[in-house]
Ligand binder design. Structure first.
Ligand code: ADP
Length: 450
């Protein structure tokens, strides 16, 4: 069943191609949008049709809601897939699509809006009985009250933007002397980055693991989880390596966490694909936030469950009931993803856009490459530096690591600096091999400086 005749993909790079691949398999025509510098990008070549959406700056192109809806109408696309980033978690855009009679492939505008507030979402989930980290009940309005709460929960604490994302504005505060300044700075950053100065404070966990659950829910509220992913290998609170399932998961912990994840989705009235993120430390887990979109790392869940998440998203958006229940979903083997960014690991990971003069991608058993680049392609400086996702599957974790090492060895990208050497170091680190990681792993192992 193909559900729609034509879908517009409001994104670029690897994720636009990923969505188009699902469409091609089920016979749906695809419409690409592109900014001026992306005229010859791979996602435009892959699509059945392409329309220029505007200038390089995202506000003129991939974030230009009215223009994107116009192109959807002009091309006859019935639905829009937003990918991740750009408009994927923009409730205004989901709302606009609905008003224009275009199906937004994702949850409802109301759900996106509600989950977009970390404070509101945390409060809602605490009331539903899901464990959350102790902290301020709502936004910080008064420094003295904040000091009182921080003293109660104990330092260190973390200051976070309620509307935040991408790790922006998060600050760790070691003692009371630093709190006022962190609050002021947090508010300033939150206002300029997200247009909302609301910040909150919660207990800072020293060496937690980031563990998340993939959710699928249909329009009638049937909700299943597709197991866990471990995403603790991060730099500046941004994920670099993910694996599925989480290497330290036990059946008991999985049952508790999965139960909480499904509760989160049901409490949110969630429909479509989403991710429930937790922090885990000392045997306890805490709900952090729900991401109302397809994640970068959805690929490894596809590897271990055999379920195509993009096809599921399309079916759910078309109003189809989930074709399987929880008992039909099981884990097979182990999968790892390495994010390949055009960044210079030796120069504080500054973006290194430019022309790819030599390119050869890996292959063979258990390897999946999702990329938006090719030989001779010039990576524009205007967008995200992630150029490729390298994923490896193995019948167990050891085999997945061995295949990833072999694929890193095979992968040739010349002309720009990439994170490939960093992934080589991670895959050969004995603590990583033992599954012994946490969110400060890269710094502690001196793989990165900050
Ligand atoms: P964002 O939405 O900006 O990406 P998240 O709330 O998802 O921020 O957190 C991103 C990362 O920041 C987490 O994976 C974790 O490494 C770190 N982090 C966030 N909150 C805490 C906390 N309370 N204690 C320790 N680390 C945290």
């Amino acid at each position: 069943m193909k559900y729609f005749d034509k879908i517009l993909i409001a994104n670029r790079g690897e994720i636009a191609i990923r969505v188009m691949r699902a469409c091609r398999e089920i016979g749906i025509e695809t419409v690409a949008i592109y900014s001026k510098p992306d005229k010859n990008a791979l996602h435009v070549k892959y699509a059945d049709e392409g329309f220029c959406v505007g200038d390089a700056h995202p506000s003129q192109s991939y974030l230009n809601m009215a223009r994107i809806c116009d192109i959807a109408a002009k091309s006859g696309a019935e639905a829009i897939h937003p990918g991740y980033g750009f408009l994927a978690e923009n409730s205004e855009f989901a709302d606009l699509c609905e008003k224009e009679g275009i199906i937004f492939i994702g949850p409802s505008a109301e759900t996106i809006h509600a989950m977009g507030s970390k404070i509101g979402c945390k409060r809602m989930m605490r009331e539903a009985g899901v464990p959350v980290l102790p902290g301020t009940e709502g936004g910080v309005t008064c420094v003295d009250d904040a000091k009182e709460i921080a003293a109660e929960i104990g330092y260190p604490v973390i200051v976070k933007a309620s509307a935040g994302g991408g790790g922006i504005g998060m600050q760790i505060v070691e003692d009371e002397a630093g709190l006022e300044e962190a609050i002021d700075k947090g508010m300033r950053i939150a206002e300029s980055a997200f247009g909302d100065a609301t910040i909150f404070i919660e207990k800072y966990l020293q060496k937690p693991r980031h563990i998340e659950f993939q959710i699928l829910a249909d329009a009638d509220g049937r909700t299943v989880h597709l197991y866990d992913r471990e995403c603790s290998i991060q730099r500046r609170h941004q994920k670099l390596v993910e694996e599925a399932p989480c290497p330290i998961m036990t059946p008991q912990l999985r049952e508790r966490m999965a139960d909480s994840a499904v509760t989160v989705a049901k409490t949110a009235g969630y429909a479509n694909a989403g991710t429930v993120e937790f922090l885990y430390a000392n045997g306890e887990y805490y709900f952090m936030e729900m991401n109302t979109r397809l994640q970068v790392e959805h690929t490894i869940t596809e590897f271990i469950t055999g379920i195509d998440l993009v096809k599921q998203q399309i079916a759910i958006a078309a109003g189809e009931p989930l074709a399987f229940g929880q008992e039909d979903i099981s884990i097979r083997g182990h999968a790892i993803e390495c994010r390949i960014n055009a960044e210079d690991p030796l120069n504080n990971f500054t973006a290194d856009p430019g022309k790819i003069v030599r390119y050869r991608s890996p292959g063979g058993p258990g390897i999946r490459v999702d990329s938006g680049i090719h030989m001779g392609y010039t990576i524009p400086a205007h967008y995200d530096s992630m150029i490729s996702k390298l994923c490896a599957w193995g019948s167990n974790r050891q085999e997945a690591i061995e295949r990833m090492r072999r694929a890193i060895y095979e992968y040739v990208i010349l002309g720009v600096r990439t994170t490939l050497p960093l992934h080589h170091a991670i895959m050969n680190n004995r603590h990583f091999v033992a599954g012994d990681t946490h969110t400060h792993f890269l710094q502690e192992e001196h793989i990165v400086k900050s």
